[in-house]
Design a protein around this ligand. Structure first.
Ligand SMILES: Cc1ncc(COP(=O)(O)O)c(C=O)c1O
Length: 368
């Protein structure tokens, strides 16, 4: 018998969430963001499931892009942080990778390369996040140099990234949208190009809550995996379906007397005579070690709170109030009926991190 810890990955939920992104922004194309192993879900599998529907994929670096090409994914792949060295320009040229340009060095590498095809470039402008991107005053010069290079496709995408779009009604997002719109308009006026400038602003939060940020291209990430980056129950998040359901089983059961302690360090003390179930999942399987006592799990549809410190391969949960619990019963750690965001809150983190930290050790099983 195999160890029962596993992550079910639902094909239909993934396709459904992508459709939600399309329906919310029907005039936009989408780059599906599948960096960091598709937020822990498995980049190749996610790309295979979405490939027919998406226009392009987005990853953090060329190694992630190459993994997808080797697996037979043919759609364009956007390198969200651009090139890390000049050698990568030649690889992108050969492999049809698209790239962000966000600084002078990346621009120079492209302008001085010997490309056989014209590279698709996304010019990133810093409108307020202050992490990546050229300054608003530099946009025209960068755009012109790219536009007049034979190495670069003329349809350059002007793009930016939001710092706080997950906060509904955030004034800084409004500022970023207005600044980006002004930059686009003055670029268009000064270049007198004729054609419109292609743009991209929205990540998941932008798609879900900021319709004025929908552009030619959107870049959904977290929402594809069925969770909203926004405050609970706001703006369309309830349309999403969790893609990953993390499951395991009860492997041991015991009664503990009131006053007895459970687990490493004895950091949970029974306040009454209690029934404790041991579940075959731990921080070695991606369940956060920092999850506090009381973090919910589900056993036979009822909430069983975490009772004791998370070990590498096991957790202990309080099943005193659940009827007829047996060894072999299934336990849901997150997913259907138990949002990963809720579990992450008990571990002082966010759903993004909990999903992305899912290690290779945990079997991914593709369902429906
Ligand atoms: C440039 C860029 N676009 C889009 C995304 C996707 O963001 P989200 O997962 O919040 O949709 C990311 C993720 O960090 C990003 O860095």
């Amino acid at each position: 018998m195999a160890r029962p810890a596993k992550a079910l990955i639902s094909k239909s939920a993934l396709r459904h969430n992508f459709k939600v992104a399309q329906q919310l922004a029907p005039n936009s194309n989408n780059v599906a963001i599948i960096k960091a192993n598709a937020y822990g879900h498995g980049a190749v599998v996610v790309a295979q499931i979405l490939e027919q529907d998406v226009q392009a994929f987005g990853v953090a670096c060329i190694e992630e892009a190459l993994e997808l090409r080797v697996a037979g994914i043919n759609k364009p792949i956007l390198l969200l942080e651009g090139f890390f060295s000049q050698e990568e320009v030649a690889i992108a040229d050969k492999m049809n990778f698209w790239t962000m340009v966000e600084n002078q060095q990346q621009l120079d590498w492209i302008l001085t390369a010997q490309c056989s095809n014209s590279l698709k470039v996304w010019l990133k402008v810093d409108t307020g996040m202050h992490r990546l991107g050229v300054q608003p005053a530099e946009v025209e010069s960068f755009y012109q140099q790219l536009h007049s290079s034979n190495n670069v496709d003329k349809a350059i995408v002007l793009t930016t990234h939001f710092a706080s779009a997950d906060e509904s009604d955030s004034p800084s997002t409004k500022k970023q949208i207005n600044l980006f719109t002004d930059i686009k308009q003055s670029l268009k006026a000064s270049l007198n190009l004729g054609e419109d400038i292609v743009t991209s602003m929205a990540n998941s939060a932008g798609i879900l809550a900021w319709p004025q940020a929908h552009c030619d291209w959107n870049r959904p990430g977290f929402m594809l995996y069925g969770n909203s980056p926004l405050d609970r129950n706001t703006s369309n998040g309830d349309m999403l379906k969790p893609v990953m359901t993390l499951l395991s089983e009860i492997i041991s059961l015991r009664e503990v007397k009131s006053g007895e302690q459970v687990g490493y360090g004895g950091n949970w003390t029974a306040k009454r005579d209690s029934k404790i179930a041991t579940v075959a999942i731990g921080y070695g399987d991606g369940y956060p070690r920092i999850a506090k006592n009381g973090t919910p799990t589900l056993v036979n549809g009822s909430v069983a709170p975490l009772a004791g410190r998370v070990s590498m391969d096991m957790i202990t949960i309080d099943v005193t109030d659940i009827f007829d619990v047996k060894i072999g019963d299934e336990v849901t750690l997150w997913g259907n009926s138990l949002p990963v965001n809720e579990v992450a809150e008990h571990a002082s983190t966010i759903g993004y991190e909990a999903l992305t930290r899912m290690p290779l050790r945990t079997k991914r099983i593709i369902v429906d």
